[in-house]
Design a protein around this ligand. Structure first.
Ligand code: ZN
Length: 296
């Protein structure tokens, strides 16, 4: 592996850094050898963290001359994500640690995908997660893997999680983002919505984070077996999304994957809206035209 920190130049954003890394390592295998990459990029030691308080810790100096990553014991996919996340803090000089020389990241930090405006700490965690996701699932390799899939199916997420050696939730997040159809994945536990990842064109969900999974969802059926993706079934779209009264209700389908730890992934897929006919389009344009002319 020929890469060194020299190859990163002045890159400082997650996207720019990963672009440089992929340029220096064009034949990166899958799963991405994250431990080896850490070693090449200035992480001199990787150790286990014997505390439940944090998932990952990076010990380094302000100049980032070298770093040590401590990661919690646990499953390999989670540990790999933690290493990539801490490597991000190490490589991004503008990330300022909580205490001098020590970044301490909790499980919730490693799941953070949005930051409150003006909250520098949250922003830093979001950037580290973006870097980790891009590095462990490089876009060109992810697209190539996804080209083999047809339709939307949680079994694809399981394949990605296995092949890229990432957690199922991280794989689901990437799947939703790169999938051409209108899909979303809801993470549920104890009957409640914990997190939600929507593709770009998927509308906002009605149930807020922390609220119960809506009545009528396939998730509430008691026929699910752990670690087996359910069949895909149609559901009433208005339990998940706001259906305007004057529009046709779109067709929404659900699929559930229950994990042994009580967490579940719920895939939501929205049928493409029917193309408006040429006649409808003419009518609509006519109305729009009259509306605008009337205002002049
Ligand atoms: Zn962090």
């Amino acid at each position: 592996m020929p890469i060194s920190r020299m190859d990163l130049g002045d890159a400082s954003s997650p996207e720019a850094l990963v672009t440089r890394i992929l340029k220096a390592e064009p034949n990166l295998p899958v799963p991405v050898p994250i431990q080896e990459l850490c070693g090449k990029l200035g992480i001199v030691r990787i150790e286990y963290l014997d505390t439940d308080e944090f998932d990952g810790v990076l010990v380094t100096d302000a100049k980032r001359s070298e770093g040590t990553i401590l990661a919690k014991r646990g499953g390999e996919p989670r540990r790999r994500f933690t290493l990539a996340h801490e490597l991000a803090h190490f490589l991004m000089a503008h990330h300022v640690p909580d205490q001098p020389g020590r970044f301490t990241c909790k499980g919730s930090d490693l799941l953070r995908v949005t930051a409150k405006e003006g909250d520098q700490r949250q922003r830093r965690e979001v950037e580290a997660n973006r870097f980790a996701t891009l590095l462990l699932m490089p876009p060109h390799l992810l697209r190539a893997a996804m080209a083999a899939f047809h339709g939307a199916d949680l079994r694809h997420v399981l394949v990605l999680a296995h092949d890229f050696a990432v957690g199922k939730e991280a794989a689901a997040r990437a799947y939703v983002q790169y999938h051409p159809e209108r899909i979303a994945v809801v993470v549920a536990a104890n009957g409640r919505v914990q997190r939600c990842y929507r593709g770009l064109s998927f509308p906002a969900l009605i149930p807020a984070i922390g609220s119960p999974v809506p009545t009528g969802s396939l998730y509430l059926s008691d026929r699910h077996r752990p670690n087996i993706a359910s069949d895909i079934a149609a559901c009433s779209s208005d339990i998940w999304i706001d259906v305007k009264r004057d529009l046709h209700a779109p067709t929404l389908s659900e699929q559930v994957y229950l994990q042994q730890n009580g967490f579940a992934l719920i895939l939501l897929r929205l049928e493409a809206a029917p193309e408006e006919s040429a006649e409808e389009r003419r009518l609509n344009e006519g109305w729009r035209h009259r509306f605008h002319s009337g205002r002049r």
